[in-house]
Write a protein of this length. Sequence first.
Length: 371
Amino acid sequence: MTPLKHGLLLDGTARVLVTGGAGFIGGALLRRLLVDTDVTVFNLDKLGYASDLTGIEQLPQAADRHQLLQVNLTDAEATAAAVRQADPDLVFHLAAESHVDRSIDGPAVFIDSNVIGTFQLLQAVRSHWQQLPAERQRRFRLHHISTDEVFGSLGPVGRFSETTPYDPRSPYSASKAASDHLVRAWHHTYGLPVVLTNCSNNFGPWQFPEKLIPVVILKALAGEPIPLYGDGANVRDWLHVDDHVSALLLAATRGRLGESYCVGGHGERSNRQVVEAICAVLDQHNPQAAPHARLITPVPDRPGHDRRYAIDPSRIEVELGWRPTHPFETALASTVAWYLEHQGWCQAVRTRAGFDGERMGAPGCQAVRTS
């Protein structure tokens, strides 16, 4: 199957609402919509600590076709008003608190944002959808974006699929599992036209520098110890954010209503393998500081750290013709190069957020978040 061009996928769609569009994945989706389509994009975001609009605002298309709606989804009235203002034909729901270590230290905000926020959005979107004219109502969809972490932890074999039972192990993954269940319930009870996706670990440009790949890059550049949880053998399935965006557009417009699609990059790597690969790329860019791998420093593991995630993306590949096009090694090299060129941005967003790389989730240890 030959993938459709994005303009054809969104043919007949004029107004798109993206929640969490100032985040990493939401921002990548917004940039794709602005560059490759003619839709008007409404960006509903509370502008939290990791939010940033730099990558969006630098696009000339943003001046006319991007509108920021600064709203916290937990505010029912403000959310309903924002949905009415956007008057969308399509909704992508990406807004979420997403860092496992932060959820260990402060689970309440994850319940508020991911569960209550999703509930308030569903109520507002249902009201909007029910009053649409028949043709727009027929075409309308809500796409809820979730994570593979809702499935729990795998052993050395097997992969997650759409039929894997839910088994969340952290406050973060439990809150996302709850939001998934709410979306499905609103589909089955009220008929709301929804599609769901569960993705693996994303990486690429413009990711807030508290996740594994950007933190390792910045630590290595500074000549600081590169902390690594436990034995470093925890495995994740890595997916370049641009491949994820392509999957989101296909699922939202061509996916079967009420169904979910697992999105993974065929990129299983242990955390140690990822860190060592980053160090090898940095050795090429900065040979006088090589070997950067000498900076890798094991630290105590995170409580309840899931051992392995891996996704079987067969359904979205067979039904929708999606394939990842960014091999891990080349995508990692381009991502490292991007961060090397944007160290000023990294420092600016960290300073604005008041984040200096401190460990969360296990007080007294210095380590990086990996999911």
